[in-house]
Ligand binder design. Structure first.
Ligand code: 13P
Length: 248
């Protein structure tokens, strides 16, 4: 399986960042390594431009969020189909920042992911424990509960990616140990196995996210059960993001 290396730009960027896929391609000498699949998730107002440019250079694009409804009185929101209309291939659902700041409960995340799948895109469903939960020994049970309540019934390994992002590792410079990452990815795969069967679990892409950077990407990406990375801060500089892609 190719490693899915995804940039989550969060609320960063501006109109002239539409040339970032071209910049990234130049740094990579025009070739994406065969072992990597590259995904860029910009703010949704820039999605069409970034998606069209990403596709030109053999990359994918995604939205960072969507609403679960098809349309309606939801000021400021976009539907999954609108993201698809902007040529998105993926939508991130239930990022911990959305869970913590914007009321994305497991049920909301599940509804969003369902609409992403219905719009023929891939849902990247984010899960992860807080530091308090890890320190109290509740990391596995927290993540398991999130998985069971956030993954839609229609999930398959083709339409779903799971991103394991320990909340305490996001934007802090701290990463989980390789041992903790390996154990949690195995746990996620076994929960998914229990929910959807062996074949789906084997093919499921599970990304790690949380302070992934050029200096730790190789170790993280070669950890057993890690099928990709969801990168925040280090995805804003194409030189750094390219190094992470090359680490795959
Ligand atoms: P950082 O890479 O900045 O820690 O962010 C991780 C993240 O939240 C990606 O979705």
């Amino acid at each position: 399986m190719k490693k899915l290396i995804a940039a989550n730009w969060k609320m960063n960027g501006q109109a002239d960042w539409s040339d970032k896929p071209a910049q990234l391609s130049t740094i990579l000498d025009g070739t994406i390594p065969k072992t990597a699949q590259v995904l860029i998730c910009p703010p949704s107002v820039y999605l069409t431009q970034i998606a069209d440019n990403a596709h030109k250079y053999g990359m994918n694009a995604g939205a960072q969020n969507c609403h679960s409804a098809e349309s309606g009185a939801f000021t400021g929101e976009i539907s999954a189909q609108m993201a698809a209309d902007c040529h998105a291939d993926y939508v991130i659902c239930g990022h911990s920042e959305r869970r913590a700041m914007f009321g994305d409960t497991d049920a909301v995340v599940q509804a969003k992911a369902t609409s992403v799948i219905q719009s023929a895109m891939v849902a990247i469903i984010c899960v992860g424990e807080t530091l308090e939960q890890r320190e109290s020994g509740a990391a596995n049970s927290t993540v398991e509960a999130q998985l069971r309540a956030s993954i839609p019934e229609a999930s398959t390994a083709l339409n779903t990616v799971i991103a394991y992002e320990p909340v305490w590792a996001i934007g802090t410079g701290k990463t989980a140990t390789l041992d903790d990452i390996e154990k949690m990815h195995a746990h996620i795969r076994s929960v998914y196995h229990d929910m959807f069967g062996a074949r789906s679990a084997k093919d499921l892409c599970i990304q790690y996210g949380g302070s992934v950077k050029p200096s730790n990407a190789k170790d993280i990406l070669s950890t057993k059960g890690v099928d990709g990375a969801l990168v925040g801060g280090a995805s804003l500089k194409m030189e750094d993001f390219a190094k992470i892609i090359l680490a795959a």
